[in-house]
Structure formats: structure tokens, C-alpha cells
Design a protein. Structure first.
Length: 559
């Protein structure tokens, strides 16, 4: 078993070298990112119960955290496990933060050898510094850290204005080094999105211009580049001082441009890192993990800038994927091998039977209907073409922050007003935020200028010119989209929905967004019903059961 503590706690289980289950604590306790130094006991209990495994059967436990010396946590973790589960002895394997990220992406790839790049807000404490970006190299069953760039440990969290508002910043710390992921979080705080709002910054960037065009820093050997605490903040503050404008009016006016500057800089700096790694190691397969690589435009630009390169981005690239890396590393610590097959991703959570679902529906006294799979797929497609918003809970839940049609909201991408409707009345979020498409795997290259298969919604490519007007609600302001491509042999039910929708609309593409509303993605049938009832979702499908909002409203009116 592997788990991580801190923010984005989670748990993963490996049996006989096969990754058989993983779930984030936030899916169970319903607290976003579920930050705590307490072990994720709810998630542990939920996944073990689902898998039919006793805690006593676990031979060893891998653990990671952030901004610590993880070796120092072994006693704390042992005491926690033994006290909570009344165990007499446990074997705890400490795994450094970037090592866990590297294990998670390399050993879930199909590559026999690869460069492994890790970039996030920050990782393990190294002396008085902290991991910033790391380069590993994997070959066969061997994964080795080659080089690591370090950053100052002063700024681990950005919840204080002193860390992102230039006038408040300690002038003696302005030149301290910072990670690329932390810089993205810092700018997200400046924009009012908070340190976990990088996805909002990424979406907003497409609306802006970049008036300062900061060039990337040259990457030198041993692995290093210059990225200071004040970077980007200083440049925009200088522009403000020269403008004579009110500071707050200036910041509001330049919000979209600041986002664009951050996105452009992050893209260009990652290209420099990739160029350095390729020249040094001469391998064209790259595995990516760490929260920065949830940035879809960055991932696809690697493919655009480096012809012949193939990438594998771990779908839980953020810290909710740490538990998988720690489980893999703990298993390998027993001199056991991992069944390296990425086909197990990303559906590693919990599924619910029709009996479970019927019980949850009846507990709320809701009207419902039952259909077999083929009927249900056709019915979902028909509701979507009628511009109804359909929420879907089916199969085992996904790992990572992107809903991949097991806990998704589906809608008509050809309706021009659908994006604004879902943002305003379902997701209750900013109007600038885009939605992603799900598409049949065999058609992904017909509609999108993708340079490789895109199964996890982690590549942003341009929508082909002839389809931009046909697919307005999944085409971002810059003409891009981040598709999830579905193979028939992997996801026959979702593939059938897309095929049925193509018969009705002419396109095998549907708008797909996470099934939630300012909360963690729904996990259970009761979570799904709760979110369905409090939002403007029209239809709820859970396995073979369907519930219509208009029937509930009619029932309420009659009563």
C-alpha cells in the first residue's frame, strides 16, 4: 500500500505487481484537496473494503509528503497505523516526493526506457532547500535520479500576501530561487485564484496578450536555470509605476495579460528543460508528472517543438497521484517487479452496483427508470442532442482531477450557448473557463490537430479549422481543446454514446466536464444525487438507472 499525507492525500494498492486500486481522500471526505497530516484512513478503509483486502494482508506501506525529510516520518506513520488498526508491527518505506512522482509516471508508461521529468510546486526538503524540478532516467526496471534543481524553502505556501504582492515582499528574498510550479501558483494567487487555482490561470491566459515577453532562462549543466521569487511580479510592478494608474485598476486591467505572461513563460521554460534533457540523454520517450504537467498546452507544445518525441503524462500528475508512486516504490523495495501496463489507468477507484444505486435513489424517494446498456447509450445521446445536460456515474471512479466519463457531466458541443449555461448554472464558475471534448479514439485526429493519442485529457491541441464553428462549446477562445479519446475496446459504453450522438449530430464529439459543483468530483451515488438536485443538471444516469429533473419537479408540484 502507498499513501501520501499533507494536501491531496490518497491511497493506492498493488497486489502481485499489479496496481489494483487507488482513490483520493477528498473523494470520500468531500473536502477539496483534503489537507492534513493525519493518514487518509477513510480512503484506506474504502479501497480495502472495495477490493476485499484486510489491512493485515498489507506487507508494507510506502509513504510520501511535501516539504519534509520523509525519513523522519517513519515512526509517526508506524505509530499512526498501529494505533488506528491495532497492528503489532508494520514495515514503512519512506519515499521522497519527486521519486514518488517519477515512479508513478514511469511504471505506468509503456516505455522500456525514458527520460522522466518532474515539475511541481515543491517536493522533498534537501538541506535548507527543497526539490523544484527533477530529471530521472528509466530503463527496464531501473529508475534513477539524474539531476535535481533546488529552490528556497522560505516560500512553501502562498497563502500570505507577502509571497505574491510585490509591495509586501521581503526585499532581501527577491532573488531567491523558486520552482516553475510554485511560480505558477504565485501568479495564480496574484490573480485572486489561490495557490490551487492554476487551472483558472491556464484558462484565462488564452484571453490575454503578453506585453513583456520574458525569455526563458538558459538551462545549464549541472541542471539549473534562474527563476527568482520576484520574477514576473517585478516586471508588472514596474509597468504599473510608470503608468500613473491606480494599482487596483491596473491589476484588473492587466489580469488576462498577467495570466498570458505566466503561461507563455512556463511553456518556453519547459521547452528549455526538455531540450536540455534530450541533448543529455538522447532518448525520445518522456514521462511527465508533478502538478505543472496538468497544464495541457505545455504538454502538447513538447510534441510540437520536438518532432519524434513521445510523451506519457500520468493522469494524476498532481499530489493525488503520489500514493500510486509510493505504492510502486514500496513494492519494488521488496525486490519485486511491477507489471508495467498503462492500460490499467485511470479507472482505479470504486464502482457501485445497481442495487447500491437503487437503494440511494429510493432513500431520496425519487422517480427513476431502468434501461439496458444499449438502450441507455442511445437515450443519453438523444437527451444531449436536445440540449439537456446529462450527469453520468458509471464504473470505477477515475484517479486525478480530470473526469473521464465515469464521473462526468455531458452536453451538446454544437450548441453555442452550452458553455455559458453550464458555467453559470451547473458549475457556478467563471465564464472564461473552457470545457473539454470527449471523442472516439479513431476520430480524434480528424477533429483535432493532435500529435499523439490523447486518452487522459492532458493535451491541448487546436480544433481543426472546419470544425471550430461546428463545435463552439468545446473550442476555447484561442481555438484549442483538450480532448479525451475513447477506445471502443476500453470503454465500449462511452464509445457507444459517442457513436449514437454522431448519428444524430454528425460528430462523434461530446462536451465533457467533471461531475461536481465547487466540490470534489462526486464519488458515490448519494454524492451524485446531491449534486444533481442542487444544480441545473437535467438528467442523472447512474449505471442502468436514469432520473429526470422534470419528473422530480412535477412530483414536487403535485405533492
Amino acid at each position: 500500500m502507498g499513501f501520501n499525507i499533507g494536501h491531496d492525500r490518497g491511497v493506492a494498492v498493488i497486489r502481485d505487481g499489479v496496481l489494483i486500486g487507488a482513490i483520493a481522500q477528498e473523494r470520500i471526505d468531500r473536502i477539496k484537496h483534503s489537507p492534513s497530516v493525519v493518514l487518509p484512513f477513510d480512503a484506506i478503509d474504502a479501497i480495502l473494503s472495495y477490493l476485499g483486502i484486510s489491512i493485515n494482508e498489507v506487507s508494507n506501506f510506502g509513504v510520501s509528503s511535501t516539504a519534509v525529510h520523509v525519513d523522519d516520518l517513519v515512526g509517526y506513520v508506524k505509530d499512526s497505523l498501529m494505533g488506528h488498526y491495532k497492528l503489532t508491527n508494520v514495515l514503512v518505506v519512506p519515499i521522497s516526493h519527486h521519486q514518488a512522482h517519477a515512479e508513478s509516471t514511469y511504471f505506468t508508461s509503456d516505455f522500456s526506457e525514458a527520460i522522466v521529468l518532474i515539475a511541481d510546486g515543491g517536493g522533498e526538503v534537501v538541506g535548507i532547500e527543497e526539490e523544484a524540478e527533477s530529471i530521472f532516467f528509466g530503463k527496464g526496471d531501473i529508475l534513477k535520479l539524474m539531476e535535481c534543481r533546488l529552490q528556497s524553502h522560505y516560500f512553501h505556501a502562498f497563502n500570505r500576501p507577502h509571497n505574491y504582492l510585490y509591495p509586501f515582499m521581503n526585499k532581501k528574498l527577491l532573488r531567491e530561487q523558486i520552482s516553475l510550479g510554485k511560480k505558477y501558483g504565485q501568479i495564480s494567487c496574484l490573480l485572486g485564484f489561490g495557490s490551487t487555482g492554476a487551472g483558472k490561470t491556464m484558462g484565462l491566459a488564452a484571453y490575454g496578450d503578453n506585453p513583456i515577453k520574458i525569455p526563458p532562462s538558459k538551462v545549464t549543466s549541472p541542471f539549473s536555470f534562474n527563476l527568482e521569487f520576484q520574477h514576473i511580479l517585478r516586471e508588472y510592478y514596474t509597468i504599473y509605476e510608470e503608468s500613473g494608474e491606480n494599482y487596483f485598476a491596473f491589476m484588473e486591467k492587466h489580469k488576462v495579460n498577467i495570466a498570458r505572461t505566466m503561461q507563455d513563460y512556463a511553456e518556453s521554460q519547459v521547452m528549455e528543460i526538455v531540450r536540455y534533457a534530450l541533448e543529455k540523454h538522447g532518448v525520445k520517450q518522456i514521462c511527465l508528472a508533478g502538478g505543472l504537467f496538468l497544464n495541457c498546452p505545455i504538454n502538447h507544445k513538447i510534441l510540437e517543438h520536438f518532432p519524434g518525441v513521445s510523451i506519457h503524462t500520468f493522469p494524476a500528475a498532481g499530489d493525488d497521484g503520489q500514493s500510486i508512486g509510493t505504492a510502486i516504490a514500496a513494492h519494488r523495495a521488496l525486490n519485486c517487479t511491477i507489471d508495467r501496463n498503462s492500460a490499467v489507468l485511470p479507472y482505479l477507484g470504486i464502482s457501485y452496483s445497481n442495487a447500491d444505486i437503487e437503494k440511494a435513489i429510493k432513500a431520496r424517494n425519487l422517480p427513476y427508470h431502468y434501461y439496458e446498456d444499449n438502450q441507455m447509450a442511445a437515450l443519453i445521446a438523444s437527451k444531449i442532442i436536445e440540449n439537456q445536460v446529462v450527469a453520468l456515474l458509471r464504473g470505477r471512479s477515475e484517479i486525478g482531477p480530470r473526469a473521464l466519463c465515469h464521473r462526468s457531466i455531458l452536453a451538446n458541443p454544437t450548441d453555442r450557448g452550452m458553455k455559458d449555461r453550464i458555467n453559470a448554472k451547473v458549475k457556478y464558475r467563471e465564464s472564461f473557463r473552457p470545457f473539454a471534448p470527449v471523442v472516439t479514439s479513431e476520430d480524434q485526429f480528424t477533429y483535432f490537430n493532435l500529435l499523439q493519442d490523447s486518452p487522459y485529457m492532458l493535451l491541448a491541441a487546436s480544433v481543426k479549422h472546419e470544425y471550430k464553428n461546428i463545435l463552439p462549446s468545446i473550442t476555447h477562445i484561442d481555438g484549442s481543446a483538450r480532448p479525451q479519446a475513447v477506445k471502443q475496446e476500453v470503454e465500449p459504453f462511452v464509445h457507444r454514446i459517442l457513436s449514437e450522438f454522431k448519428l444524430l449530430s454528425g460528430v462523434p464529439v461530446i462536451l465533457n466536464t467533471s461531475f461536481n459543483e465547487n466540490e470534489p468530483i462526486v464519488e458515490s451515488p448519494s454524492d451524485a444525487i446531491q449534486t444533481f438536485l442542487k444544480t441545473d443538471i437535467d438528467v442523472l444516469v447512474m449505471e442502468n438507472y436514469i432520473i429526470y429533473k422534470n419528473e422530480i419537479n412535477a412530483q414536487t408540484s403535485l405533492s
